[in-house]
Design a binder for this molecule. Structure first.
Ligand SMILES: [Zn+2]
Length: 286
């Protein structure tokens, strides 16, 4: 830091208290009680095991629940969400972070890209909710990280590794949709890091990870507000305690399950409409 250029009122400027960028009090609140009571009587209609260092797709109809569960050993997952029939509407990690903070848990919502910007999923249950924020500033289920990818791996280690989450998600999406690999890659986006424990160091502000507290049987559940295509990668980092982007970590599968509520248990629920902004961007005369 250049102390020579420090202005005389530097301390006073630093002492200004922060304000929350996006207070969310005006957002419509999800009816968690309704969702959670509907979940009690919901039945499993589909299940998919995601192999380690690979990814799989599953469709979650609107009004159904997606459960992601740890099986076999501590493992983090990188999740992409799309509108099931319109891949242009997809999970928007950055705006979700701006609205709900760096990590998400029960009652937080996952928001979609412009121009839709609506809640596409609501977190209804999280067995790691107890973790909170640890002494390092770490917490679980982050919307900070982008996903491990072969390009950054190449930059940092000069090695081509083909089972980063970015590549796993790309292959899975291509296989499921019939898109070419390059078209599928263009749809893959910043993820929700399921079960991953991360934060920023206080001294350098760097993104850190530490061993995930997840254990077999732990889970997170989402209510699908719209028809969703979920793509989940079992990260090559395993529990992300040491490294990723290579085959060194112990890796385990992840389980995805879809639950269908009983008829009429969501009678008062309405799917959210796409964002109401008129799209003119101030241009007069179209
Ligand atoms: Zn990864």
């Amino acid at each position: 830091m250049d102390s020579e250029n420090k202005p005389p009122d530097a301390d006073a400027r630093r002492d200004i208290p922060p304000v929350i960028c996006y207070p969310i009090e005006t957002l419509p609140k999800p009816d968690l009680q309704l969702y959670q009571s509907a979940r009690l009587a919901a039945g499993k209609v589909e299940a998919m095991t995601v192999p380690p260092r690979d990814a799989r797709c599953i469709t979650v109809p609107a009004g159904h629940f997606l459960r992601i569960e740890s099986v076999g050993g501590p493992q983090v997952g990188d999740l992409n969400l799309f509108h099931a029939t319109n891949l242009n509407e997809r999970f928007y990690s950055g705006k979700t972070r701006a609205l709900h903070g760096t990590h998400v848990t029960v009652s937080d919502r996952l928001w979609s890209s412009f121009p839709y910007l609506r809640p596409i999923a609501t977190i209804t249950d999280d067995s790691l909710h107890w973790y909170g924020i640890d002494e390092f500033g770490g917490s679980v289920h982050d919307v900070i990280g982008t996903r491990c990818d072969p390009y950054t791996g190449r930059l940092l280690s000069r090695v081509d590794y083909h089972h980063c989450c970015h590549s796993n998600l790309t292959r899975a999406l291509a296989d499921y949709t019939g898109l070419s690999l390059s078209d599928a890659e263009a749809q893959v986006h910043d993820v929700l890091n399921v079960f991953m424990c991360t934060g920023f160091t206080r001294d350098t502000g760097q993104y850190f990870m530490k061993a995930s507290p997840v254990r077999p049987g732990d889970y997170i559940e989402f209510f699908a507000e719209i028809d969703l295509l979920a793509v989940l990668s079992a990260c090559p980092g395993g529990d992300c305690s040491a490294e990723h982007s290579n085959d060194n970590a112990a890796c385990f599968p992840l389980l995805m399950e879809v639950y269908e509520p009983a008829k009429n248990s969501l009678a008062s629920w309405m799917p959210p409409m796409p964002n109401g902004y008129d799209g003119s961007h101030g241009k007069v005369g179209g």
